[in-house]
Structures are given as structure tokens and as C-alpha cells.
Design a protein around this ligand. Sequence first.
Ligand code: CA
Ligand code: CA
Ligand code: CA
Ligand code: CA
Length: 411
Amino acid sequence: MRPFFALALLVACGTQPDTTDTSDTSADTGCDGALSTWYADADGDSFGDPATAQEACGAPTGTVADATDCDDADGAVHPTAVDGCDSVDNDCDGATDEDGTSWFADLDGDGFGDPASAQAACEAPEGRIADGTDCDDTREWLHPYDADGDGTADGCGYRGVAAGGYWTCATDSDQLARCWGRNASYLPPAVPLTHLVGGDGNACAIDADQAIQCWGNSARVPPTGTFVAVSAGDTYSCGITTAGAIVCAGDVANGETDAPAGRFTAITTYKGSYGHSCAIDPDGAVDCWGFDNAGQTASPDGSFTAVSAGGANNCGLDGGGNIKCWGDDFYGQSTPPTGTFVALDLSGGFGCAVGSAGDLQCWGRETTGQTIPPAGTFTAVSVGSEHACAIDTSGGIQCWGSDIFGQSAVP
Ligand SMILES: [Ca+2]
Ligand SMILES: [Ca+2]
Ligand SMILES: [Ca+2]
Ligand SMILES: [Ca+2]
């Protein structure tokens, strides 16, 4: 900016005689009296050499008004330069290399540093690392992860959450499941898992071989094959195979595992006993089956992009992101909020959804605050019997509602 400013002065004041000002007797300078001091800027960094002062009306070519450059032969050395690690006083303040490079604390030892802990130095201070991308430096299982496998981190923190009856499981940044609450003693398999879902006493997920794995208080043998989607009831589970077919397995007596034939892309199962399931076909049509006492297995009209099974009702998202529900509405569980939403999850008598702006809204049965979600922006939500949990945009999990078994105490 400074050379530009100097040029503007040159044009305004100029070297031409001032023909309009009759009081000016000094036609050779064009000045109206006041002279300024100018300094050479040989390296073009807009800072002048204090040893080169000269008086003139406008800036002579190659000069600036500034006189604070400490090295007018090096354009990278001037008072506003970063004084990095090169044994040179880059910013002319008399000290050398004080800006250094940034080093970060890694308190949880996961190899990723806390970005808020930057400390400048030329050599790594004790216990500090060059990385500053940890989203939670108190939990070693939460850190940046590469979801699409392209070698660049594209997320940080928890990757999935599933609330069951009175417990919660989540997949961490390494895709390992962690569970807390009533079923904390039932350990998930220690292998990378995706598509985490939870029934009342039964959690399931898909492993790296695309097999369904289930664990928990009443886990049953899951269906076998290779799967792209999974759902979990209290004592059974269902999945969509790589060919698009639904396969269910478990110990039930109300037609819960009698899935329809055809090709499907999404599936949901009520988390409790006396359950039912619904699936979405490639045209967006919903097909439901299983226990029915309130019309919950009736197939609704219209096209859906998502669906979740509640106790005796279901809600789905239509093509516009609106929530549509059918079945029992005793608790208002089939009277959802209006607006546009991107995700939803139901349990017995209530549901919660993530709005298109990332906000949470819940509706239906209220006993312990489970329908009163926290403010903030979220990417996923899962509801249990009397609590619910959601992943926020910083990769943390927040839970609300009942905590009688520690199901809302996120590790
Ligand atoms: Ca310079
Ligand atoms: Ca330096
Ligand atoms: Ca860390
Ligand atoms: Ca961490």
C-alpha cells in the first residue's frame, strides 16, 4: 500500500508548476510551502532506511515516508515481519527468532495437539508437538479421523452414537465402540465398527467384513451375510444385505422377523419388545412389518428419505425434510414439530430430530427431561427409553434426560 500512497502524493503534488496558486513563487518544486522527509526503500518492502532522509514536496521515486526498516537490502526484514527461526532479527525489534514456530500441548497423548495451546519456539518445548488439530485434548479416543480414506482428516471426535434402553454406545475416532450406562459391563467387540444402532438391551453394528455384530444384555445371534445397513430390537436384529434384501434373526413371536421381500436401502426397528420394523425401498416407499396394536405397520403414502420406528408409531422425513408420523399418538409422539430436518430417531413414546440448521427438537412422552434437548448445533441424534444423546459439531456427545444408570454421563 505504501508505494501506492507515495504515487498518489506524487500525482497530487507533482513536479509540474502549480498554475492555479498565485502565491506560489517556487515553480520548480510545485509545493505550497511544506516539505516532507522521505527515506529510500531500496528493497521495496514499504519500510524506509532511516539513514537516507531527504526533504521534498512529494515522494521522490523509490522513497517512502516510513523510516523503520533495519535492513533495506532485504524485503523480508521489516517491523511487521514474522520473526521465525532463521537466526535473523526479521522484525527489527532487536530480538531474534522470538516468533518461532507453533508447538502444541498434547495432554491426552494421542499424537494430536490442542490448538488453543500454541507456544512459539524454534525447538519443541518439553512435551509439545507440531500438530495442533485435536478437538478434545482430554480424551485420547477422540481426535481427527479420515472418514473417506483419502489421507486427509475430514472429521474429529465421536463418529456414531446409539442410545439403547438405559445405556448408550458410541463409536470413537478409531471406530471402536464404547458403551456406558446399564449395560456397561457388556463389552462391544474391539474391532472397527460402523452403522452403530441400539435396541433396549442389544447393540449392533457392521464390522470391516460387512458382518453384523451384536452385543448386550439380551444379544441374539445376528443375521449372517454381508450388510450395508442394520437395525436392532430388544432381542433381535435385521440388516439389509449388499444385494438389498432384508434378513432378520432373533427370538421373537409377533412376526418381527418376517421381513418383506424386495430391495431396500434403509431399515429401522423399534428398540423395545413387541417390536416392529420399517424399511425404505429405492423409490422412497416405506414398508413396515411386525407387532401392530396402533397401526404402526401400516405403510404410509408418499416418499421418504429416512424413517425411524417408535414404540407403536413411526416418523419419517419426506422429500422436503418435513417429519411425517403415523400410528399411536397417545403421548403426542406422532405430532412432530414443523420445519425441515435432516435426521430423526424414535423410541417408546418420544422422538428427537436434527433440524436443517443443526438444532435439536424433541416431542412426545416427557418424564425426565428427555424431550428437552440442549441448544447448539448437532449432526446426529439417538434416543433411549428416557434419555437421548446427540453428536455436536465439535465431535463431542451431549446427553439429556434420565441418568439413573449413568447413561447420560458421556465418557
Ligand atoms: Ca527491509
Ligand atoms: Ca528470525
Ligand atoms: Ca491430544
Ligand atoms: Ca484427543
